[in-house]
Ligand binder design. Structure first.
Ligand SMILES: Cc1cc2nc3c(=O)[nH]c(=O)nc-3n(C[C@H](O)[C@H](O)[C@H](O)COP(=O)(O)O)c2cc1C
Length: 221
């Protein structure tokens, strides 16, 4: 598969078919992704591959916490406290696109909540990846990690799989650390749903827009 096709085919997928992914395939994807560059080759990635009963148990705990109204708190600030300017608008469009595709109205808070709750089940994907980094690592390593995450998503495409990167899976880090026995020295960055796309699901039918080059690039000839 060429890079262009993988880049264009990748999208956040929020419904999966009930089909297991062989662990060999997950390992092959991580093998490829770990070739990602990192400052001084520090390779800051530490991955939990969560499937089967372990996934069910952990996901149920996170969903239960969410439905009980327990406010999630990530280990680090992924989003700004206040959304401003273009970011505010893009965030709005992002949400609107999904809810309008699903025909969930602005007023229907219960349906919105139920849709959001699917996050904690990794959208029903058979595999949930959770990404940790050592607390001692700095911002630069977070940048390295992003390259690793995109590499996972592109390699997944080559293996016929779909993904959704999920900050939501990092909202209850204490539950995750306790359930999977990770120490406090590990920061939970985010998670990722991975599996075979349910192509009949409406939620997977839309694509998100991107800005034109003249909005994001300045040329200095
Ligand atoms: C690190 C990261 C965390 C994200 N967290 C979530 C999430 O918790 N739930 C979700 O539905 N989508 C999540 N997304 C998906 C974004 O909404 C999506 O990437 C964006 O809207 C662009 O759409 P696309 O991925 O389909 O191109 C996340 C994306 C990234 C990169």
């Amino acid at each position: 598969m060429d890079v262009k096709k993988a880049l264009l085919d990748r999208k956040s997928t929020r419904a999966f078919v009930d089909k297991e992914v062989p662990i060999e395939v997950i390992n092959a994807i991580i093998e490829q992704a770990k070739t990602a560059p990192s400052g001084v080759n520090s390779q800051p990635w530490q991955i939990a591959v969560v499937t089967g009963n372990s996934k069910t148990k952990l996901c149920d705990k996170m969903e239960k916490a969410f439905r009980a109204g327990k406010k999630g708190a990530m280990d680090y600030d992924y989003y700004p406290t206040e959304w401003v300017d273009d970011y505010k608008e893009r965030r709005k469009v992002c949400g609107l696109l999904m809810y309008s595709t699903l025909e969930i109205s602005r007023e229907d808070k219960q349906k919105q909540l139920d849709q959001w709750a699917l996050n904690y089940q990794a959208f029903g994907a058979p595999v949930m990846l959770l990404f940790f980094i050592d607390k001692v690592m700095e911002k630069g390593s977070y940048m390295d990690y992003g390259m690793f995450l995109q590499s996972i998503m592109l390699s997944a495409i080559e293996h016929g799989l779909a993904t959704c990167p999920q900050a939501a899976l990092g909202e209850y880090p204490e539950i995750v650390r306790e359930e999977l026995c990770y120490s406090q020295d590990k920061v939970l960055l985010c998670g990722m749903a991975i599996g075979y796309e349910d192509k009949s699901a409406i939620v997977n039918s839309y694509r998100t827009p991107r800005e034109e080059l003249d909005k994001i690039v300045r040329y200095f000839p």
